[in-house]
Design a protein around this ligand. Sequence first.
Ligand SMILES: [Zn+2]
Length: 240
Amino acid sequence: MTDGSYERLTAVALAGRTGVYDIELGPSGVVDIQLSTSATARYVAFPGLANLHAHADRTYTVTSARPQGLKDALAASAAARMMFTMPDVRRRARRFFERSIEHGVTRIRTHTDVDPIVGLKSMEGVLSARQAVHGRLDVDVIAFSTSRNDLADDESVARLRDALAMKPAYIGASLNASSAPALALERVLNLSEEYGLPVDLHLDEHLDAGASLTARVLEAARAWARRPDHDQPWLRALRS
Ligand SMILES: [Zn+2]
């Protein structure tokens, strides 16, 4: 529909509604929905798909060698990421976005690496690819401090701040590999408050149940929800 034309689909079943409908599609989506004169549906229409956990900067980098466990997978990914350039990230992210559109995806939330290995190349590449699909795919970029960007170190925090200056939609981090996971978590949450950005965390990048940060995240979220300036109905369940 990018040519600005209109199209009428007749005899369509809609997810979540009974009956049969005719749908008019315009350049930017559905224009009109009317009950159809046809009693039998020929098509089924679904809402667009949303991919809430993607890593667009790492797409299309898998080699034929299969990792032999988590440690091996992390080493293989670090080796691949060492080779990243901004145009290379842009090209692969763009290819991933176009493939997603072809499969009915209308929204993607993508973690985008920030660490000493890639610097800001992933952020630059993904933001540029997002520009190329503007109007066709909603891309929410997460500035993602990886397990190689230990937020217990001031240098890593400074690197993440540089990424936050590029105006992502979320702040993200992988925290379990940190030399001080609780401090790293506290710093992410403080940055989230300072920049007014929601948080999307990786809490599962380890194989040790005793190292889980989930209880601390919940505790922090509850403390945040209890603050008088955060008195919103949707937060009430979190306060107890
Ligand atoms: Zn992930």
